[in-house]
Ligand binder design. Structure first.
Ligand SMILES: NC(=O)c1ccc[n+]([C@@H]2O[C@H](COP(=O)([O-])OP(=O)(O)OC[C@H]3O[C@@H](n4cnc5c(N)ncnc54)[C@H](O)[C@@H]3O)[C@@H](O)[C@H]2O)c1
Length: 361
């Protein structure tokens, strides 16, 4: 199998979909690995490190797409990349199509087989390829929120952990999955007062054990959120309904319940956002204000720490990459129910039920 790894072209994206360790595993099994020149630079991996493990360096992206059969990426194809996809391509990457109808149409027209990292699901209903990036994004969410609370950055001017004699800030985390738990653990570490909301009692039970009394768990409801918003300095939105657009857990009207210059961090923005007033932002311009509330809505938060994120992501994707390369996509999809859950688009059709429902097709 010819496996191609292009340079990510989304703004502020520095990750790459393979490391030298992955190249080594593939070439040792007889696969051909093509890496675009400079693709690893953002993650501090030189072309020579890929070459040392048997990769071939290709100068530009169109040539790489032309030669590759299996294309590995990190973020969804950008508008200029979609026309390079063909019916004989298998694309393996984050897609988040539920909130991207135009991209979904482009992928349908390409005829390519598109498998989305974020909907690959194991037998226990976990999302093994979303989890590592969610862990990174959760940790960044609290760091970023703490920073945006500083006065010179437009925040309320409160220190997350307080000091002796001065109360800590109040942090609400809505959605207690991989993102939410990691956001909460960092907030606990920074000595904030932390409340984690989730609509799953089982999830709250798990979290209660993990937090061991250092944070409160709250069954998520509109009323419970409304009652806590007036106390909040930082609200981190981290809800997910698999494959679907994020539900709105804070509406525009509810912003008026909040303290002026409090901060909302919408990690669910890649699924359309879980605050009604959210819109996607980038690392170079991460925030905007609505009704006096700072919104941080960066769609690729792990892209800010590419060295951590590239290794965390590729550790998780490699077993699936090997399965696709060794058996070919058709047989790999037959053999692996996890990969089948990842299948979003094939032969011009949207295959994943929740994605299809979100797109209304
Ligand atoms: N912005 C980024 O850079 C970035 C990076 C990684 C992940 N994400 C996104 O973060 C979101 C969360 O990911 P995750 O891995 O933590 O998912 P997860 O499935 O582990 O957790 C989601 C949690 O939300 C809960 N939930 C669902 N609906 C809810 C509701 N209405 N109220 C309260 N809780 C609710 C679920 O019970 C679950 O515990 C996803 O949308 C994911 O795509 C974004």
């Amino acid at each position: 199998m010819r496996v191609g790894v292009p340079t990510e072209s989304k703004i502020d994206e520095y990750r790459i979909a393979i490391t030298p360790a992955g190249v080594r595993e593939l070439t040792a099994r007889g696969h051909d690995v093509l890496v675009q020149a400079g693709a690893g630079a953002g993650s501090a991996i030189a072309d020579a490190e890929f070459v040392a493990q048997g990769a071939r360096i290709i100068d530009d992206a169109p040539a790489l797409f032309a030669e590759a059969e299996l294309v590995l990426k990190v973020k969804e194809p950008q508008a200029h990349e979609v026309p390079w996809l063909r019916p004989d391509h298998t694309l393996f990457t984050y897609l988040h199509l539920a909130a991207e109808p135009e991209l979904a149409r482009g992928l349908q027209q390409s005829g390519a087989t598109c498998i989305a990292y974020e909907t690959v699901e194991d037998a226990d209903g976990r999302l093994p390829l979303l989890a590592p990036m969610s862990e990174v994004a959760g940790k960044i969410a609290t760091q970023a929120g703490a920073f945006m609370l500083e006065k010179p950055l437009g925040g309320r001017g409160i220190l997350l952990g307080g000091v002796p004699g001065v109360a800590a800030a109040t942090v609400l985390v809505i959605g207690g999955g991989a993102v939410g738990m990691n956001a909460a653990l960092i907030a606990i570490g920074m000595q904030a007062d932390v409340f984690v909301f989730d609509s799953s009692i089982d999830k709250l039970r798990e979290l209660d054990i993990v937090f061991a009394g250092r944070a409160s768990t709250v069954f998520s409801s509109t009323l419970a959120i409304e009652q806590m918003l007036p106390m909040a300095d930082l609200v981190i939105g981290a809800v997910l309904v698999h494959g679907a657009r994020a539900p709105h857990v804070v509406t525009r009207a509810q912003l008026s319940l909040m303290r002026q210059h409090a901060v909302l961090v919408d990690v669910s923005i890649d699924q359309g956002g879980c605050f009604e007033t959210s819109r996607p932002t980038t690392h170079s311009d991460p925030t905007f204000e609505v009704d006096g509330i700072t919104h941080y809505c960066v769609t690729n938060m792990p892209g800010a720490v590419p060295i951590t994120s590239t290794y965390a992501l590729t550790n998780a994707t490699l077993p699936y990459v090997l399965e696709l390369a060794d058996h070919g996509p058709a047989e790999a999809l037959e053999r692996s129910s996890a990969l089948r859950m990842g299948l979003n688009v094939r032969d011009g059709e949207i295959i994943h039920p929740a994605v299809a429902e979100a797109l209304g097709v």
